[in-house]
Design a binder for this molecule. Structure first.
Ligand code: HEC
Length: 113
């Protein structure tokens, strides 16, 4: 008698687990960036990144959709988030480099809207 049958095929089982892990990882990352942004950045940059908040007006934060921010490279945005600039706080001791990378791509997404 064969050990594999329609109810338990090890290859299909392992494949299903890998697919599940893969999609959880993608989902988890997107959620991380959104919840980090909400926790740490919204008060100055606004939920939609348009800098439409009283804090943005008093600190001079620009909309992520503005041409000035659009023309900055990912590397520049990463440096500003890491090291800070003017009233923008430095996050090098508060976030990990991968978290900053995720936030920069999140900021890019917001800037497209
Ligand atoms: C205390 C208010 C404040 C908070 C909190 C804040 N920012 Fe900023 N941010 C600013 C200001 C002000 C600037 C503009 C700095 C300048 O060029 O003078 C800025 C600039 C930036 C820029 C560069 C875009 C540009 O305007 O040139 C990025 C990217 C950015 N912030 C991301 C973030 C992220 C990500 C977070 C959360 C982890 C965050 N900021 C939290 C105030 C803030």
């Amino acid at each position: 008698m064969s050990r594999t049958n329609a109810f338990f095929n090890p290859a299909v089982f392992i494949f299903a687990i890998l697919v599940t892990i893969f999609f959880c990882a993608i989902d988890g990352k997107a959620q991380d960036a959104a919840s980090l942004y909400k926790a740490k950045c919204v008060m100055c940059h606004g939920a939609d990144g348009k800098a439409d908040t009283p804090a943005a007006k008093s600190t001079g934060a620009r909309s992520f959709s503005s041409p000035e921010v659009q023309k900055e490279s990912d590397a520049e945005l990463t440096t500003i988030t890491t090291k800070g600039k003017a009233k923008m706080p430095a996050y090098e001791n508060k976030l990990t480099a991968p978290q900053i990378t995720q936030l920069v791509s999140y900021v890019r997404e917001l800037g497209k809207k």
